[in-house]
Design a protein around this ligand. Structure first.
Ligand code: UD1
Ligand code: CA
Length: 457
């Protein structure tokens, strides 16, 4: 028997107070909709259709290959959304139609599989859960053992509102039963919409509708507001971090480690609080990251140490050290054992093996060879107001403190620059380049200075 899945994602998401389609808000770096599609894929459906409407073009662009979008325009409610998808799917026959909301990223594939299985030959099965505070959800009306229907909060009587078992927009329907029940829907409710929830009462009248209770309401928590988005993100973080700890990643405080889903970590990594790793960032075994590191699309090598720093498209080699308070901008590459220390900014720069840039420097469009030392306060003056130019520093070079390297410029292997020099010409290998006025001394100066007026107490 066939299994088709419909994911509801056409709604406006008014309560998010944003123009962005709700299902494109991200948790752990992925849109809500992607999490849902992953869970749906876990049921191995024959076809997946996403109902799009509000922000359709953006939502379509976010769909993976093999997932089809169907436009619902105008959006006349969840029942209308499913009817629109069904019409686009063609003959569904006696197969199963799984309906899942696009805004419930915590749903697990095993729960969806259990739902499909639970339907058996019944016209419908639905996920329910007991919420301590069911505000905003449709309440499940029971009739003995079976489900008699669902009533939306705004249409419910005070007695019905007191019920805590809720529906969570997740259903498995028999295809034919669903099609005929949808045909009978009307808009006689507070919102004037076609409610998918009304299909349940219609099907319950003709056969048993089976409820599949979800023990932990967190799993079926939907996102309707930014507050709920943050709550869902916290749960995703808890799941991801638990999985990484089981895989051998040490976290001093997992509640304060923020990892995108696409991040990869090796066993033996140690993460301190305040670590945000985003995009395709990777961290290799033995590396220690944090406290307080923000890294996007960066690679942190084995046994590296990175703390209180920002890394964007940067690669940190084996045993390299970064921070505290370093900013590694795109194109930074630190080779094994290199160090970029306190208040140092780098961009499009390679620092060779064991070379050090310990304090207060800016290196842009530069290459530093091996075993070189770049003194405190050194700046590559890479920008002449029009164009960027390169600075090349060789192996075993000693750049004196406060050297201005006016690019394009090359400092040869084993060369030195004197502290405070403005280097505008290439420096030959092994040479010392000093550019500064000779020091002048004025003897007895202090004695000649007019006396200061005594300071008032
Ligand atoms: C819906 C359910 C409610 C349930 C709650 C949480 C109905 C009538 N109510 O209410 O019983 O407790 O979800 O699961 O079904 N959508 C469309 N097209 C539309 C309208 C909505 O695709 O015309 C999509 C939305 O994008 C969203 C989903 O359907 O992904 C649910 O819509 P939403 O407006 O969030 O419904 P609720 O009011 O939360
Ligand atoms: Ca000077």
């Amino acid at each position: 028997m066939s299994l088709r899945a419909i994911v509801l994602a056409a709604g406006r998401g008014t309560r998010m107070k944003s123009d962005r389609p709700k299902v494109l808000f991200c948790v752990a770096g992925r849109p809500l909709l992607s999490w849902v599609l992953d869970a749906v894929a876990g049921t191995a459906p024959d076809e997946v259709v996403v109902v799009v409407g509000h922000g359709a073009a953006e939502v379509r662009a976010a769909l993976p290959e093999g997932v089809r979008a169907v436009l619902q325009e105008p959006q006349l409610g969840t029942g209308h959304a499913v009817a629109t998808a069904l019409a686009a799917m063609g003959e569904v026959g006696g197969g199963t139609v799984l309906v899942v909301p696009g805004d419930s990223p915590l749903l697990l594939p095993e729960t969806l599989r259990a739902l499909v299985e639970a339907r058996g030959s019944a016209p419908a099965a639905l996920l329910t859960t007991v919420m301590p505070d069911p505000t905003g959800y449709g309440r499940v009306l029971r009739d003995g053992e079976g489900v008699a229907g669902i009533v939306e909060e705004r249409d419910a009587t005070p007695e019905q509102r007191a019920l805590c078992e809720v529906a969570v927009s997740t259903y498995a329907f028999g295809g034919e039963a669903l099609a005929s029940a949808l045909a009978g829907l009307s808009r006689g409710n507070d919102q004037g919409e076609y409610y998918l929830t009304d299909v349940v009462a219609a099907l319950a009248a003709s056969g048993e509708v089976c409820a599949v209770p979800v023990p932990d309401p967190a799993e079926v928590q939907g996102v309707n507001s930014l507050e709920q988005l943050a709550a869902v993100a916290a749960e995703v973080r808890r799941r991801l971090n638990s999985a990484w700890m089981r895989a051998g990643v040490e976290m001093v405080d997992p509640s304060r480690v923020y990892l995108d889903a696409a991040v990869t970590l090796e066993a033996g990594v140690r993460l301190y609080p305040g670590v945000h790793l985003e995009g395709g960032t990777t961290v290799a075994a033995g590396a220690e990251v944090g406290p307080d590191v923000f890294a996007v699309d960066s690679a942190i090598g084995p046994k590296a140490r990175v703390w209180y720093s920002v890394l964007r498209e940067a690669a940190v080699g084996e045993g390299a050290q970064v921070g505290p308070f370093a900013s590694l901008r795109p194109g930074t590459r630190l080779e094994a054992g290199a160090k970029v220390g306190t208040f140092v900014e780098t961009k499009a720069t390679t620092v060779g093996r064991r070379s050090k840039v310990p304090h207060l420097s800016y290196l842009g469009d530069a290459v530093v060879g091996e075993d070189s030392n770049v003194g405190a306060g050194t700046i590559t003056c890479n920008y002449d107001g029009r164009e960027k130019h390169r600075t090349v520093i060789g192996d075993r070079v000693f750049i004196g403190s406060d050297t201005m390297l006016v690019a394009p410029v090359t400092v040869g292997d084993d060369a030195y620059t004197g502290a405070g020099s403005v280097i505008t010409h290439d420096v030959a290998p092994g040479a010392l380049a000093v550019e500064r006025a000779p020091q002048r001394e004025v003897p007895g100066y202090a004695a000649r200075r007019p006396k200061k007026a005594p300071r008032k107490e």
